[in-house]
Design a protein around this ligand. Structure first.
Ligand code: KIV
Ligand code: ZN
Length: 394
């Protein structure tokens, strides 16, 4: 199934913030909000207003700051008091969106709520109807069935729970993989069934967590069975191992030909700033934003890279650094795994032309230095110096 439009809904300021060792201050939240606006995400969840007074005030400030037409959501549990507080916090946004969450999985109903399924349906019906009565008919209500991904034993009930929410006034049904426990295909098939069961009565949204490292795959594939909104977080922040990573998700969709409103070249500067604002470092090998992801050290790869460096499609490159706002380039480095192409390429970049025999000679010398010194990398400067000292071109 080809997706219609894909709405990128960011939850960094809510799910991301609630899991930080030190949640953000008002000014920090304003900065993150502005980063999200420049990134041009389609919608922003600003917080959980009932959690504390300063969160409530922050949600009010961000709602008033929101650009025209940008959906601004805030989370509420399924009770009238919280729904009223939440609405008070976001009602001044140009496009406020009430987000109500209530568990739907058999496990949570039996072991956490300890109530009957009938009572769950009543709770969903009364809370969503109440929300509809206060937000009016023009604004959106999103209903999340917490632990949807775990609702395998009571899936028929879960479908009924979502129909109940829709009939009570919800127009977005959010399907969270609150804890990632199973294979992506199991979740994706569940999303497909919900799409079939609710038809066009509501937008379907996906909210996945990354406990097993498969959140991006699960979310991206869900789009091809009928999900229209994906909830994501900057730098993959969020509870435990985090939420679906915004950067991975949007690049994967873009690579597969989907059109999104995202300002792709804002990705890297945003990621760097979020890392500073959280104190959580970016791993060297982190997809999209890691420092080392455009380096090539093995001979086979270096051969392909040097032959396709200026082409749109690189032999060993999915997207170019500048596409995501990076200033670095694909680099070739020399280790004992590297090939002759690395020497030729690195010297040519410095304007040094050498014969095949000279490359061969330099290659052996550089490899033996690396091997003798614990397989260390030989830098570009060292190679140039080596070439000066042992070759005839000088
Ligand atoms: O993970 C989750 O279930 C949530 C809901 C509030 C959507 O964050
Ligand atoms: Zn979550």
């Amino acid at each position: 199934m080809k997706p219609k439009t894909i709405h990128i809904q960011d939850v960094t300021l809510r799910d991301g913030n609630q899991a930080l060792k030190r949640p953000w201050t008002l000014n920090e939240k304003i900065e993150v909000f502005d980063l999200l606006v420049s990134l041009n995400v389609d919608g922003i969840e600003v917080g959980f207003p009932s959690s504390n007074e300063s969160e409530f005030f922050t949600c009010q400030v961000l709602s008033k700051r929101a650009p025209k037409g940008k959906p601004i959501a805030a989370l509420s549990r399924a009770n009238e008091k919280e729904i009223s507080v939440t609405w008070e916090a976001i009602q001044h946004a140009d496009s406020p969106r009430m987000h109500i969450v209530y568990p739907v999985s058999d496990f949570s109903i039996k072991h956490v709520l300890k109530i009957s399924e009938k009572e769950v349906l009543q709770k969903i019906k009364s809370s969503v109807s109440f929300a509809r009565s206060i937000v009016g008919s023009n604004h959106q209500i999103q209903f999340s069935g917490e632990h949807f991904g775990d609702a395998i034993q009571n899936f028929e009930f879960t479908k009924l729970a979502f129909m109940t929410a829709i009939e009570a006034g919800a127009n977005i049904i959010n399907l969270p993989n609150t804890v990632e426990r199973y294979r992506p295909m199991i979740f994706v098939n569940m999303v497909k069934e919900i799409r079939e069961s609710i038809g066009d009565k509501a937008m379907i949204s996906i909210h996945t967590h990354n406990d097993l490292g498969m959140a991006t795959a699960t979310s991206v594939e869900s789009v091809y069975v009928g999900a229209e909104q994906i909830e994501v977080a900057l730098n993959g922040l969020g509870e435990r191992a985090g939420n679906t990573n915004l950067y991975e998700t949007v690049i994967a969709l873009h690579q597969n030909g989907e059109s999104l409103n995202i300002q792709f070249d804002r990705i890297y500067p945003t990621a760097k700033r979020i890392s500073e604002l959280t104190g959580i470092p970016i791993g060297e090998k982190t997809p999209i934003i890691g420092e080392d992801i455009f380096s090539h050290r093995s001979g086979i790869h270096q051969d392909g890279v040097t032959k396709t460096m200026n082409q749109t499609k690189g032999a060993y490159r999915t997207f170019s650094p500048e596409f995501v706002g990076r200033f670095d380039k694909e680099t070739i480095s020399f280790t004992n795994q590297s090939g002759h192409k690395a020497i030729e390429f690195l010297l040519r970049q410095k304007g040094i032309e050498v014969s095949k025999e000279e490359i061969h000679h330099l290659f052996s010398v550089a490899k033996s230095i690396s091997s003798k010194e614990n397989n260390r990398e030989i830098t570009e400067t060292e190679l140039v110096e080596l070439s000066r000292s042992i070759l005839t071109y000088q």
